[in-house]
Ligand binder design. Sequence first.
Ligand code: GLY
Length: 345
Amino acid sequence: MTNRRRFLEKGLLTIPFLSNLNVFGQDSVKKPIVISTWDSGIPVNEAAMTILKEPKGRALDAVEKGANQIEDTINCCVGLGGNPDREGKVTLDACIMDEKMNCGGVAFMENIKHPISVARKVMEDTPHVLLVGEGARQFAIEKGFKAEKDELSDDAKKSYENWLKKSEYKPVKNIELQQNNAFEKRKGPFAPQFLENGDFNHDTMALLALDHSGNISGACTTSGMGFKMRGRVGDSPIIGAGLYVDNEVGACTGSGQGEEVIRIAGAAMVVEFMRQGKSPEMACKLAIERLVKINPKKARDFQVGFIALNKKGQYGSYAVNPGFVFSVTTAPGNGRVIKAKSYFN
Ligand code: GLY
């Protein structure tokens, strides 16, 4: 046998073995995995992992369950316990997207505890993508969701009363919260982020999951900015801005000042950068740079943080200002919080 023939035969026989050793990059896929915004993402990821750990657990079910976890928690920024608008009403925004480009959202919805689950019903049971306000609420009730009482949580009430003293609309970016040790003022490690002086943060809960089958889904839920104008809707229920999933490539979501994210179609932009071959962190960085470029001076005064996950289970994040963190979980109980890099230091 010639050396060449021996080499070819050996080579061909070796291909399946080599492919198991990651020659084609497939075995580097880290799944399941769930990533989410902020350190409050740890219990959210844990809830999602109860689904993802099962061989047939679906990413879509996992992100809904994770979002429900925080919607059930009293938190200044998510769910009915959140900070109200200027009229004292809590209004909720959420959206969800699956591996087949199905998506649904609700915005400016009142009195319903689980906006993410209503968003899923919009996706699955209607020909539409987004329902808003009273229409969204009516739809939820028709679908069997309970209309909750119109009342503020104790913390939100205190916060609103304090805010009314000056009635000033001035979002506090998380960097200032950190400088004031506000994170330490929370009631527990993952407790609400109400500040005693009536200041507020706008920490959307957003998560992305990759399941055992290699499918990606995402969810995003928030009560939006505290003391916003009545009717204001941020990026969180807007597919392409607050959340985008393309199962061929990856997904992105984020937290922060929604107006700035909508302006650049943030989540879709990050996914497109990943499609061009950028790593999740680099994709987030390029979108943040685009956002800062619009008005570099103003960008020092707001926060936006993106998180992204690709098909291989690689993840990354980038923010405008320091202070943004995200949570990563790959098995029950192993969640960890990672500091995002930022444009400004
Ligand atoms: N990112 C949440 C909001 O702006 O409402």
